[in-house]
Write a protein that binds this ligand. Structure first.
Ligand SMILES: NCc1[nH]cc(CCC(=O)O)c1CC(=O)O
Length: 343
């Protein structure tokens, strides 16, 4: 927890935190609520949980649904109508451009952003290399499939939908098709199921999704009180890394379901009065064709002093990737989606 501001000048309203109704989303919202309770003991915080379009539409492939705000839209309507005050999201599910009147108030300290392998209960395998030829690996992420296809041509990647608990039930179902799943480690750890991870899938085998592992709080842009509260939640190192990643994705014009991977680190960190004032930011980004045959990857390193500098670096990396071949990959995907949508 960073500096706790004097909350005596804040009104006595109850701030309602809201999220999706999945178990993971509820745990995440409670993490934020507990943190606010600790920092502002004289204020009152409530929670509200909603089912979103992304939870309901389980049949259509995520790849075809594209960059739509499936997990955030209904929540943002409630936020704008003052029904709730703070939305707690996995930042990776938050579109890179927010609706007018909404803004990200806080980005919390990131869990390990790595992807991980979870093997069906009772099977002896631990790694992708150990899985028998033809094993079905469940994931609905085009990013994961695109990056892994080339290294593991003998595995079959199968779509799997539903929230984390649903997916794990499908994995462990003795009659189910899956030998293993690929899931973000952070979600499993938050659910208390980190022990299900049998292997980390890290770069250069698999670059994680933009902002994977970080929580964000979305607020109304005109809610000064909420913005003030959010300052106590933000972890600046995470914020700088995630904003660079989001600037990269925004410039690539991709939503959550384009095959874009990243890996980001900060070094030479300087602080003054508890605030981050300067750091060296290194960001690797990659764009992979859906069939895994083309992989474009670049790394940029730069000293940055503020969020503007951070976002510029992310944007520069996007432009570097685009001119090195990513544009052709993304154009192909856009064309393919248009064609399928019209069928
Ligand atoms: N797209 C689903 C999703 N959105 C956020 C998480 C949890 C990971 C995180 O905190 O970023 C997950 C599950 C997963 O990818 O395995």
């Amino acid at each position: 927890m960073s500096s706790i501001s004097n909350d005596s000048n804040l009104s006595q309203r109850t701030f309602v935190l809201a999220s999706r109704a999945s178990k993971l989303a509820q745990i995440q919202t409670n993490i934020v609520r507990d943190s606010l309770d600790g920092a502002f003991p004289s204020l009152s915080f409530g929670t509200s949980f909603m089912t979103t379009e992304g939870d309901k539409n389980q049949s259509q492939a995520l790849y075809l649904l594209g960059g739509k705000a499936l997990w955030t839209k209904e929540l943002e309507v409630a936020l704008k109508e003052n029904v709730v005050d703070m939305l707690v999201h996995s930042l990776k599910d938050v579109p890179t451009t927010l609706p007018d009147g909404c803004e990200i108030g806080a980005i919390l300290e990131r869990e390990d952003p790595v992807d991980s392998l979870v093997v069906k209960q009772g099977l002896p395998y631990k790694t992708l290399e150990e899985l028998p030829e033809g094993s079905a690996v469940g994931t609905s992420s085009v990013r994961r499939v695109a990056q892994l296809r080339k290294s593991f041509p003998n595995l079959v990647f199968l779509d799997v939908r539903g929230n984390l608990n649903t997916r794990l039930a499908k994995l462990d179902d003795p009659n189910g098709p899956y030998t293993a799943l690929i899931l973000a480690k952070s979600g499993l750890v938050r659910l208390g199921m980190g022990d299900r991870v049998t292997a980390d899938l890290s770069p250069p085998i698999l670059f994680h999704a933009v902002s994977q592992g970080a929580l964000a709080v979305e607020i109304r842009a005109d809610d000064q009180e909420a913005r003030e509260l959010c300052k106590s939640l933000t972890h600046q190192e995470t914020q700088w890394m995630c904003l660079a990643e989001r600037a990269l994705l925004r410039e690539l014009e991709g939503g959550c379901s384009v095959p874009v991977g990243v890996s980001t680190s900060l070094s030479q960190i300087d602080k003054s009065g508890g605030q981050l004032t300067s750091a060296t930011l290194t960001i690797t980004g990659c764009v992979t064709s859906i069939d895994g045959s083309v992989h474009i990857q670049d790394t940029l390193t730069q000293d940055v002093q503020n969020i503007q500098g951070v976002e510029e670096l992310g944007k520069n990396l996007a432009m570097t990737l685009m001119s090195n071949g990513a544009k052709a990959i993304l154009d192909d995907i856009t064309q393919d989606r248009r064609k399928r949508a019209s069928e």
